[in-house]
Design a protein around this ligand. Structure first.
Ligand code: ATP
Ligand code: MG
Length: 391
């Protein structure tokens, strides 16, 4: 069994003077994810991160956990040998082939990387020497420098790491290195995907869910909690704020034109989410909207919704088709939960013919009808919210 993994990252390597900061975020994130599985040692060495596994670790669980860490471009299970004497390296290469390949009759090519440029052998010499040692030890092996069946990499650093397979990581940047945003999380397909997408860019998230009991059930609420839990594998811990929206929704229904209900509701959701964001250190809002998907997501509707926010509203899915969003939701395993048939607070009171091209001044005028009670209702909604830490 492999005792270690070598972690490769791409974009962070380009960050110049800030690189150390990004590397630190990556190490922290890997540490958090693996701490649930056992006592792993994680350390940095010259543009690489290494994970040393405890003796009793589970390979599949470890691979699965690393596949959720944004910032990892690829990760290779590695065979670790001493670098002090050259014989250690060559013997290590023989042991590696013996241990990790069932048959010893493949074509191969050796690749070399030296972290330690002062090492007493140059890369071409290392490749040639290790190749020769392997050919002598395994008579059926053949070198093929153009189209080898196995690419064997020998990385010489403080220790020497030998590997051939590099598993693809999720890419992106380590969560937490780019600040925090507030996700408006519903029980639908889109918003969990939006949360995943924004955290892929290194943004950690909290989430706000608008609940409308008794029109939306505890099942609907549990579904949102479950979705938050699924995406938290990627995003890290999420403070989920559950806001009771019933009174506000009923009040809008009572006072405003029904065809404007959805837009006005959305504007109050954004206002409330922005207030919670401000209180929790988030500096942007995130939604699962995509242009034209439904009446409340035409450009005019999005403009009306946007108009109430001072902080930027990010919509990572803005240019995605539903089928593309579904593909991601299947990949991150939110799809099955998202399609459970529980009611959504937006659909409970939805008008038969909602406005598709709302005009901001008209919407603002309609909202004036709420002036008597709405501020108090918003305060109550904020003050009675439930907060659940999802991790
Ligand atoms: P989703 O699949 O994310 O629910 P949708 O296609 O159903 O999206 P809408 O219901 O119009 O679209 O919602 C658009 C966005 O508004 C959602 O992606 C989400 O960010 C936010 N949103 C909608 N309803 C709620 C809610 N009850 N609580 C929190 N956010 C919500
Ligand atoms: Mg929805």
């Amino acid at each position: 069994m492999y005792k270690a993994f070598l972690i490769k990252y791409s974009e962070i390597g380009l960050k110049g003077k800030n690189r150390s900061y990004f590397e630190g975020c990556l190490v922290t994130r890997i540490r958090n994810v693996l701490s649930k599985l056992g006592d792993y040692q994680i350390y940095r060495e010259q543009g690489r991160v290494f994970v040393m596994c405890p003796d009793d670790y589970d390979y599949d669980d470890t691979v699965e956990a690393l596949s959720t860490v944004f910032g990892i471009a690829g990760y290779a299970p590695v065979f670790v040998v001493d670098s002090t004497k050259w014989e250690d390296v060559t013997e290590g290469a023989i042991n590696y082939v013996n241990k990790y390949f069932d048959k010893h009759d493949f074509t191969f090519k050796i690749f070399c990387k030296r972290g330690d440029k002062g090492y007493f052998k140059q890369s071409p010499e290392i490749c040639a020497d290790v190749g020769e040692v392997l050919l002598n030890a395994f008579p059926k092996l053949k070198v093929d420098v153009h189209n080898p069946e196995k690419k064997i990499t020998v990385e010489i650093r403080n220790k020497t790491y030998i590997y051939s397979d590099c598993l693809p990581g999720p890419g992106g940047m380590p969560v937490g290195c780019n600040g925090k945003a507030m996700l408006l999380l519903s029980g639908g397909i889109d918003s969990p995907v939006a949360g995943y997408m924004i955290s892929k860019r290194g943004v950690s998230i909290d989430a706000t869910y608008f609940h409308a009991p008794p029109y939306t059930s505890d099942h609907a609420k549990q579904k949102v909690i479950d979705l938050a839990r699924i995406i938290s594998r990627y995003t890290g811990p999420i403070n989920l704020h559950i806001v009771n929206f019933t009174d506000i929704q009923m009040y809008i229904y009572e006072k405003c034109p029904h065809e404007e209900l959805t837009i006005i509701m959305r504007r109050y959701m954004m206002r409330i989410a922005e207030t919670i964001a401000n209180r929790s250190g988030a500096i942007a809002l995130v939604t699962g909207e995509s242009i034209g998907q439904v009446a409340s997501q035409t450009m005019q509707s999005l403009n009306c919704t946007n108009a109430v926010c001072e902080m930027p509203v990010f919509r990572p899915l803005i240019g995605f088709d539903k089928s593309e969003i579904i593909k991601i939701s299947e990949k991150i395993k939110t799809f099955e939960t998202s399609i459970l048939p529980y009611e959504d607070c937006c659909t409970t009171f939805v008008a038969e013919h909602p406005v598709t091209k709302p005009v901001l001044s008209i919407i603002e005028k309609s909202e004036k009808r709420l002036s008597e009670k709405i501020d108090e209702m918003v305060d109550t909604a904020l003050n009675t919210r439930e907060v659940i830490l999802i991790k």
